[in-house]
Structure formats: structure tokens, C-alpha cells
Ligand binder design. Structure first.
Ligand code: AMP
Length: 459
């Protein structure tokens, strides 16, 4: 078969194949819900890249995989996250199911994982239990860039160990996940004490904020009675100014919390993790004790801080397991990274994200017997591990070569009637347009040789 000149190459970059942002749907009421996001094929390479970094780090720290349901009893979240937290008060997707049970889409992963730890008797396993999970999380918050109503978290928890080294291990894991994907970040860390020392601090805080009450925003006036620590991370400018002068938790820690915090910081120093002591990191959920932290992007030397801009966040929760009916004094600590926010940061910083593995080979066929053999050959090559595409509908060779060009494959195999009879196949180098006849029985070693140098950077 004569070599045809390559049709003009118009390689479509994967990223350009799909429009960004949804278009208006003609049919009313069927469009994407507010605050929701489709994860399109063009974003897969970011997704995979982030997963790989998390997998690498979770494997090297010996974490086991866990998956808990997206739906849990609403009570689980009220009892753990706390009825006065913003998440429970304003952001839960809750409903009554057909059986009359009050259930919610999880607004975070920790309560479900802690429930599973208690319910499956994981306390009887060698401690600590190190588990991680991935999945969607739902919060009915005001949508904006980097804040969605459904988003994906990778969540890491260490249960059954109260040592400060555990807090430091988790902080450095989250830092290194972000570092591994190419993001420069800074850790903001705080200690919010424990049930022994927090009440005294809380009283001082309430007294302080009461004296400034008239200048607080309406939400914070309400927080004053129910969740005064949350005023410290309010995004309103006036509240931030008042919060800046407020008593700080670290000055009122009991000896145990103080020693714990100092040791966490020592471990971070030893591991060379950049951090800032930040009294505003209070997290606002009922179950947190002692260490709390959030990690922020540093871009061109400037930190992108602010409420709800953290790429990762977490803390210790020493009372939660007992609260759920587990063994008393079972300490625990964890963190979650948000996939969408990391993806945005990777795009913003133009980080080097390797492309997804694309097809290496296209198989073109001409004629009935060639098409039959093509089906078998495709399976054989796929079993060998090749990423291979074909178009078994088109008959014209130039149309098939045009298609192969658009895919940007390196090699096209051409199988016609003559090749079927001769037990050969044409192997075409798509860059040069040169073709060689290869014995069909020697095709695999031939392809192996040609494609040996698959770039390591490709996922
Ligand atoms: P949190 O569960 O609030 O501690 O958040 C942990 C991580 O999840 C954050 O650091 C973000 O990366 C991500 N995250 C939290 N809320 C949202 C949201 N509404 N949209 C997208 N990502 C979020």
C-alpha cells in the first residue's frame, strides 16, 4: 500500500476540547445546580496529579483506605460538629427520607470516620489506626470561586494516639502533599485548649467581645452567646479588627495543652515546616481540642490567607470518640485537603501538571476481512498494555489518518486486505509519515521498540 502524505496536522489539545463554564441550557430547570461543579475530562489530569501525591504520602505513612457513606444520620453531625457551628446551622443538606428518618449529606468526613471507628470496634486494633478517605462533601454555603456546595476532600485521620508527634506528622503530611504538587504554602497553627482550660478562656473572650458588641456584625452578635471563638475568624473587617485585640487562646492554655503545643512546634521546627502562629485558627467546630491548623498558598512571596481560602485544614479532637460512645480518652487528630481548591491553585500558579496518558497508537482498517482482524488485534494490543484507539466505522483511509492526526498519536497501524493475506501490517510513523511493512507476528516486539521511551512525566 503506498504511503500517503499526512493530512494537515491539527492536534487538539485535551484542555481545549471542552468549553469552560456551563452554557445556558435551552430546557429550563435542568441546568447545573447553583454552587455545583462538573469535573470535566480537561480537569482529570489535575485530579489524578493530586490523588497521586496523596497516595504516595498516605502509602509512605502507612495509612489504610476507608469509605464511609455520604449519607449519615443528621444527629451524628449535630452531636459532633456541633449544633451552633455555621456548618450545622446554615449549611447542611438535610431531609427526611421515605422511612421518616432525618438524614444529611455529609458536610465533612471526620464524624463518619469517627463513627465507623467506634461502630467497628477499631479500638481493638493496634493503635493508632491511620485511615484516609476520598469523596464528596456538601455544604450549602454562598458559592464563589473556590467555594462550592459540593466539593471533594481527601481526608486523613490518626485515631488512638495523643502524642504531639501525631499532630506534627499530619501537619507535615498536608504540607508535603501541597509541596509535592508544586505549591508553595505556609502553615497557620494554633492551640485552642481543652475542656479543662477553654471555659476560662471562653469567659474572658465573651467579656471582651461584649464590651465591643455594638461594633460586631449581626452574625457575630449571635455567635457571642453560642460560639464566641468563631468571631475570631469572621471575615467582616470590623470584626477582624476587634478580634485582633482579643485575648488569645495560647495565653490561657493549661499546662498539658501548653506542653503539647510546644512539642508540636518543636517537631515542626525539626521537620523544617514553615509555619506562623495564628490565634485566628479556631476552626469553629465543637469537637476540636488543642492543635488546629490551616494551610495557605504562597504566591510570588505573598500569602493568600482569609476565611475559606485554606487549601488544607485540620486539628486534634480528643473528645470525639468518647462522645460517640467509644472508649473514654481515645485521642485523635486529622486533616482534609480540598481537591478543587488545590486544582485552582495549580492553575493560578501555572504549576507544571503532567498530561494524562493519551493513546499511543491508532489502528486504521480497510475492507471487511481487515475490519474483522482489527477487532482481534485491538484486544491483543490492549492486553499488552497499549493505549490504542480505532475507528471501525470509517472506511476511507484518509479520514482515518485525519482522525489519528487529531488524536496526536505517535503511530498508526494500517491493516488492509493485502496485509491480511500476507500476514503483515503497515506501521506508520505519524511525525515523519514514513511507513514500514511488519510481520504481524513480530508486531508487538516492533511496537515495544518504537514506544519504549514513554516519557516518565506522563501519568
Ligand atoms: P474544612 O472541612 O472546612 O476544614 O475544609 C478542609 C478543606 O476542604 C479546605 O481547606 C478546602 O480545601 C476544602 N473546602 C472547604 N470548604 C470548601 C468549599 N465550600 N468548596 C471547596 N472546597 C472547600
Amino acid at each position: 500500500m503506498p504511503a500517503k502524505k499526512n493530512p494537515k496536522k491539527t492536534v487538539i489539545k485535551k484542555d481545549e476540547k471542552y468549553v469552560d463554564g456551563p452554557r445556558k441550557m435551552k430546557a429550563k430547570g435542568l441546568q447545573l445546580l447553583k454552587g455545583m461543579k462538573d469535573v470535566l475530562p480537561q480537569d482529570q489530569r489535575y485530579w489524578q496529579f493530586i490523588f497521586k501525591a496523596c497516595r504516595r504520602i498516605s502509602n509512605s505513612h502507612c495509612f489504610d483506605w476507608i469509605e464511609t457513606p455520604i449519607l449519615e444520620s443528621t444527629n451524628l453531625f449535630i452531636r459532633t460538629t456541633g449544633k451552633d457551628s455555621d456548618i450545622i446551622k446554615k449549611e447542611m443538606f438535610s431531609f427526611t427520607d421515605q422511612g421518616g428518618e432525618n438524614i444529611s449529606l455529609r458536610p465533612e468526613m471526620t464524624p463518619g470516620i469517627a463513627r465507623a471507628y467506634v461502630e467497628h470496634g477499631m479500638i481493638n486494633l493496634p493503635q493508632p489506626v491511620k485511615i484516609f478517605s476520598y469523596g464528596p462533601v456538601f455544604r450549602h454555603d454562598k458559592p464563589q470561586a473556590g467555594r462550592y456546595r459540593q466539593f471533594s476532600q481527601l481526608d486523613f485521620e490518626i485515631l488512638g494516639d495523643g502524642a504531639p508527634a501525631v499532630d506534627a506528622e499530619l501537619i507535615s503530611m498536608s504540607y508535603f502533599i501541597l509541596h509535592d504538587v508544586g505549591l508553595e504554602t505556609n502553615v497557620h497553627v494554633n492551640s485552642i485548649g481543652c475542656p479543662a482550660c477553654r471555659p476560662q478562656y471562653r469567659r474572658l473572650l465573651v467579656d471582651y467581645f461584649r464590651s465591643k458588641r455594638k461594633n460586631l456584625c449581626e452574625d457575630c452578635k449571635e455567635r457571642l452567646n453560642k460560639n464566641p471563638m468563631r468571631i475570631l475568624d469572621c471575615k467582616e473587617e470590623a470584626c477582624q479588627e476587634i478580634g485582633g485585640e482579643a485575648p488569645q487562646t495560647v495565653d490561657y492554655l493549661c499546662d498539658d495543652c501548653k506542653t503539647h503545643f510546644m512539642k508540636v512546634l518543636e517537631h515542626l521546627d525539626e521537620a523544617d515546616i514553615p509555619y506562623t502562629l495564628d490565634p485566628k485558627i479556631v476552626r469553629g467546630l465543637d469537637y476540636y481540642t488543642k492543635t488546629t491548623f490551616e494551610i495557605f498558598l504562597v504566591q510570588k512571596g505573598e500569602e493568600k490567607t482569609g476565611r475559606q481560602t485554606a487549601l488544607a485544614a485540620g486539628g486534634r479532637y480528643d473528645g470525639l470518640i468518647e462522645q460517640l460512645g467509644g472508649r473514654a480518652e481515645t485521642p485523635a487528630c486529622g486533616f482534609a485537603v480540598g481537591v478543587e481548591r488545590i486544582m485552582l491553585a495549580l492553575k493560578e500558579t501555572e504549576a507544571d501538571v503532567p498530561p494524562l496518558k493519551q493513546a499511543d497508537i491508532f489502528l486504521a482498517q480497510l475492507g471487511v476481512s481487515a475490519r474483522k482482524q482489527a477487532v482481534r488485534l485491538l484486544e491483543e494490543l490492549r492486553e499488552e498494555g497499549y493505549h490504542i484507539k480505532a475507528n471501525l466505522v470509517k472506511d476511507s483511509l484518509s479520514a482515518q489518518l485525519g482522525f489519528a492526526n487529531k488524536l496526536g498519536v505517535k503511530i498508526t497501524l494500517i491493516l488492509g486486505q493485502k496485509e491480511v493475506l500476507d500476514k503483515t501490517i503497515l506501521v506508520r510513523d505519524m511525525d515523519t509519515g514514513s511507513q514500514e511493512i511488519v510481520d504481524i507476528n513480530k508486531l508487538i516486539p516492533d511496537l515495544n521498540k518504537r514506544l519504549k521511551k514513554i516519557e516518565e512525566s506522563i501519568i
